[in-house]
Ligand binder design. Structure first.
Ligand code: 9Z3
Length: 318
């Protein structure tokens, strides 16, 4: 197909945009190491089996915000608000429900099992004993002990924090839970200044390109049988549910979790083709507990509905 006819076809031109996005980005650091770890993780977690068919479920949780560099040798960047709390809390709930979790997060954001740790600066949690050893301050001891115990228990069940979208072969047992606040805009690598932008040059005028939405590629090409949950965040409650319903249809998601910036820790609405379910946080609990419980039920129905397809796929992969 010639490049002009490619551009006439919206589908083709979108795929060209996606290809350009990846081709012009700097290569992923440690690509092969991550790939190996991911392969090993998936293999280890595909062992639990019933009648030769693997039953273990794996979820890829994306979490936290994204930064957009303004220089190649980055000094400045555009950031967003996301703390990673949703992804970290949800990861704990998925592990409790028996899932293996690939936790794809931005460095510096909330980590599973660390949410209960005190907000005090790290060094204030410890004290020096006899000038030679270090111990946790009495006041923080219980919180730190709990976080360590939960973290180690999860590691034994296979929690590895690593990148991954290579879950295609798991068919419908794979879930994508896309809670990260991914930037909609970026400056393409080749348009970035190499060195620090000089303020002496006066006010900065910069054009941000749109990041191609990868949700449809994920659904159609990367993992067509996987159960896919995306999130919709708005600050205007009047448009939130409408936008979530549009995203559900447009990207063919299995569910879209709608949340508002200020109430996101209190309530979310799960939008599916069957309707909308509002989930509120109970006192003393995280909203992620009832949310994941509902999504696990929906994932079970999805696996049941795909049984023929999944078994066919598992056999053809053997
Ligand atoms: C969310 O809506 C998450 O629930 C939050 C969680 C980022 C609000 P925190 O990390 O917050 O606990 O502080 N994530 C989705 C964000 C998003 O960018 N969705 C896109 C959109 O709204 C669709 S992929 O357009």
């Amino acid at each position: 197909m010639s490049s002009s006819s490619r551009l006439d076809d919206p589908e083709e031109s979108f795929m060209t945009e996606v290809e350009n996005f990846f081709n012009t980005a700097p290569p992923l650091k440690d690509h092969s190491v991550i790939e190996e770890k991911l392969k090993g993780f998936i293999e280890r977690n595909s062992h639990a089996s019933e009648n030769g068919v693997s039953m273990k479920r794996i979820v890829c949780v994306t979490s936290g915000g994204t930064t957009v560099p303004l220089e190649q040798r980055c000094v400045r960047y555009i950031d967003n608000f996301s703390s990673g709390h949703r992804g970290a809390a949800s990861t704990e709930c998925f592990l409790k429900a028996g899932y293996a979790v690939i936790y794809l997060h931005r460095r510096g954001t909330c980590q599973p099992y660390c949410r209960s740790l005190p907000d005090d600066p790290l060094l204030e949690c410890f004290e020096s004993v006899n000038g030679s050893s270090v111990q946790v301050q009495q006041a923080q001891a219980e919180a730190v002990r709990k976080a360590i115990a939960n973290h180690h228990a999860a590691l034994q069940q296979g929690l590895l924090q690593m990148i991954g979208v290579a879950l295609r072969d798991l068919g419908s047992r794979a879930m994508f839970y896309l809670a990260a606040a991914v930037s909609d805009f970026y400056v393409p690598w080749e348009s970035l200044a190499e060195h620090k932008i000089q303020s002496s040059a006066g006010p900065l005028d910069m054009r941000l390109a749109q990041v191609p939405k990868m949700l449809s590629v994920l659904r159609k090409d990367w993992a067509p049988l996987a159960f896919c949950i995306s999130f919709k965040l708005e600050t205007d409650s009047h448009i939130l549910l409408e936008k979530a319903s549009t995203a559900l249809k447009k990207y063919n998601m299995h569910a879209v979790v709608a949340n508002e910036l200020v109430t996101r820790k209190e309530e979310v609405t799960v939008v599916t083709t069957h309707g909308k379910i509002c989930i509120r946080r109970e006192a003393g609990d995280d909203v992620e507990n009832p949310l994941i419980e509902l999504l696990v039920q929906k994932h079970t129905a999805h696996i049941e509905g795909n049984k023929g397809t999944m078994e066919g796929q598992t056999k053809s992969n053997q």
